[in-house]
Design a protein around this ligand. Structure first.
Ligand code: SF4
Ligand code: SF4
Length: 257
């Protein structure tokens, strides 16, 4: 985002709308400036309509800066997944997508938050630590296409310094690996100078128990049970009580999509 100096009256109304505090007053002038390296291109300041003189201008963004808008502005879709926002359905919608079948655990690290944001080199630090444990990064997630090598979690050199509001490292694993993953995340959080939260999901067993709950408690995690009600998203695309394969005839499967 840029400020057209000739139109800016220095009213400062846009300052409080910036999601990362990148707008500030120019000393001694009735004018604001945007710190280019901090701006995540979320578009909130402009979309809010708070600027009555139309002094906020969104130029066309080239790669790699465009990545900021793809992850931070919900109106800009990710070319890799077609989704907006963080571009993934996340493991939280597993009851419909069935990404993580019975016996598997879906996990995610939500890097950054509005007000803080995250640099992609910070995401890389977490992803590389996880990759050493043999996790499989989710392909239906735009972060997957930022990796130079999804096996190592290394991020492409040219995107490392890009800043986004939030991006989700998402991966599948097996129950036996969860304690080591949580311990690794406890260690790596000391190196990463931004916030991240950790999601874990598993299918509910027919008796109502939640496998990941017990595993996480035994590993010393403080749980905050959370859920998404997927009313209206349609029937599950897989067999809840089977092997995790999609349910229905080929025609039905197509309808379910
Ligand atoms: S686009 Fe977003 S980050 Fe950039 S100045 Fe506007 S509100 Fe702040
Ligand atoms: S709202 Fe518009 S006129 Fe007021 S400080 Fe921001 S850019 Fe300048």
């Amino acid at each position: 985002m840029q400020v057209v100096a000739e139109r800016c009256t220095g009213c400062l109304k846009c300052v409080d709308y910036c999601s990362v505090g990148a707008i500030s007053k120019v000393s001694g002038k009735r004018l604001v400036e945007i710190e280019e390296d901090e701006c995540v291109e979320c578009g909130v300041c402009k979309r809010s309509g708070v600027c009555l003189t139309d002094a906020l201008f969104q130029p066309e963004l080239a790669y790699p800066r465009r990545i900021r808008a793809e992850f931070s502005d919900p109106s800009v879709p990710h070319p890799s997944t077609g989704g907006g926002g963080r571009g993934t359905e996340e493991c939280k919608t597993n009851d419909v997508t069935g990404r993580y079948p019975r016996g598997h655990i879906g996990m995610a690290c939500e890097m950054g938050r509005p007000g803080v944001g995250a640099r992609l080199y910070q995401l890389e630090t977490v992803a590389m630590a996880l990759a050493k444990l043999g996790v499989e990064f989710e392909k239906q997630n735009p972060v997957y296409y930022l990796y130079e090598d999804p096996k190592t979690g290394k991020v492409k050199e040219e995107v490392k310094n890009e800043k986004v509001l939030s991006a989700i490292i998402e991966f599948g694993t097996t129950p036996d690996k969860v304690p080591a993953i949580l311990e690794t995340l406890r260690q790596v959080q000391k190196e990463v100078k931004t916030v991240f939260s950790v999601d874990m999901c598993s299918l509910i067993e027919p008796d109502g128990s939640i496998p990941v709950e017990q595993i996480a408690r035994e590993a010393g995690a403080n749980l905050r049970p959370n859920g998404k009600s997927n009313i209206g998203l349609g029937r599950p695309r897989f067999n809840f009580f089977g092997s995790g394969e999609e349910s229905g005839s080929p025609g039905e499967k197509e309808e379910q999509r």
